[in-house]
Design a protein around this ligand. Sequence first.
Ligand code: KIV
Ligand code: ZN
Length: 516
Amino acid sequence: MPDRVKIFDTTLRDGEQSASVSFTNDEKFQIAKMLEKLNVDCIEAGFAAASPADFDAVARIANEVRGTSIASLCRAVPNDVEQGWAAIQGAEDPRLHVFISSSDIHIAHQLRSGREEVLQQAREMVAKAKGYVSNVEFSPMDATRSDPDFTYRLLSECIAAGATTINIPDTVGYAIPEEFAEFINGIFQNVKGIDNVTLSVHCHNDLGLSTANSLAAAAIGARQIECTINGIGERAGNASLEEIVMGIKTRPDFLDVECGINTEHLVPLSRMVADYSGMHVQPNKAIVGLNAFRHQSGIHQDGVVKLRENFEIMDPKAVGWSEGSQFVLSKLSGRAGFKARIEDLGYELDTEELASAFLKFQELADKKTVVDDRDLEAIMSDRLGHVAEAWHLESLNVTTGTSATPTASITLRGPDGRTHTAAETGTGPVDAVYRTIRQITGMQDRLVEFSVQSITEGVDAQGEVTIRIDIDDSTYTGRASDTDILVASAQAYMNAINRYHQGAVKATRASTSLTE
Ligand code: KIV
Ligand code: ZN
């Protein structure tokens, strides 16, 4: 019987460290519920000490998600361990994940400390965590650029202090697979007590090697892999969960390990994370990219028709590319059919949420003959990305064309409850819309990203607009979808402005850096 490799998902922690990504707490909760269905072994729900909003998100997930361990990340300082424990104590299997840098470059130039101090801090904080909970993970940050002998000593002492999982991060994505496997082997040979704990790896993708490094480590005995949906994460991201899982499922002959993931949820979860993060998945991305199972050349098409396995090493249905996107609803579909499909896609709604989502569906079905899974996901994404509205779009009219100066006329309802109307011209219709909204709201933002993506095919398709604006050194994301892309553009901008008004998360978190 092959050994089981535990899948540790850190989409909500390292994934949220992707530049400009910030999930709302409702979005985090929905992602965590999908991870529960996926049957991951551990969800790193966040970094509880980072901000009150992060604390609440971790606590909600700890209290309401079952069947998996829930972890909070903690720097090796007392307050982080205390906050971490306070947030996760409602979990079925709570875990504290303590980390401190172990490389000389980080110790000297970031911590401005010394090796002996690092040893003492790590020992003491692992022991403190152990005082709260039996499940304690320790990570020596920047392990792959650390002196191996110092790392062995640090890990041996953390195991003696109570760590039950030892995680080896390739923090800067520097390792090469053979070298990484060698490093892991050194840990197996030289760390006292390593046979009694789980050895984990956490690889970043700076050289595009995070999946290769993780699987190389599994092949020689690592029994936990840390990864994120779509590979999102700090800089070039983390190892991508879907690649790790399908590597394990597809090549047991070589890797001789298994994992307990319900793979049919991979594609729906990938779409959910792409929507909520505003980070689109590239079409040629393994497993979850639009082209991952599309065959273009005649020879390949002919081969697949004769026998799927001629050109496919995985079954697309097994990873969630079901007939789902062909499963269509229309304005004749009732609430029960809508509810069943939404639940199949992994969303959990209470009665009130269902009623408002169903209303949006009916509005869309009036404009669009068929509404498929991608439209439903967009409806859910708009609903969950919705924040308390300081400013509300009442009406929008735009004139544009080859012989007209693009002009927008807009009415907004403001925080004072009154309506405000203005009209502005612009270099194009979107520019006119944004200038008019700025004129009314007095926003002093800088638009740093604007993208439109068609959600489905056809001229009646919804356009999904994602924008990012910078205000006072913080970035706010807004997104919206509509069959009219000018309406979607205006709504996306309003969404970003309202996030700003709500004092969105990233701004508050800026005061607590992971490496302080
Ligand atoms: O990349 C890293 O080193 C981390 C640690 C905090 C585990 O994310
Ligand atoms: Zn990381």
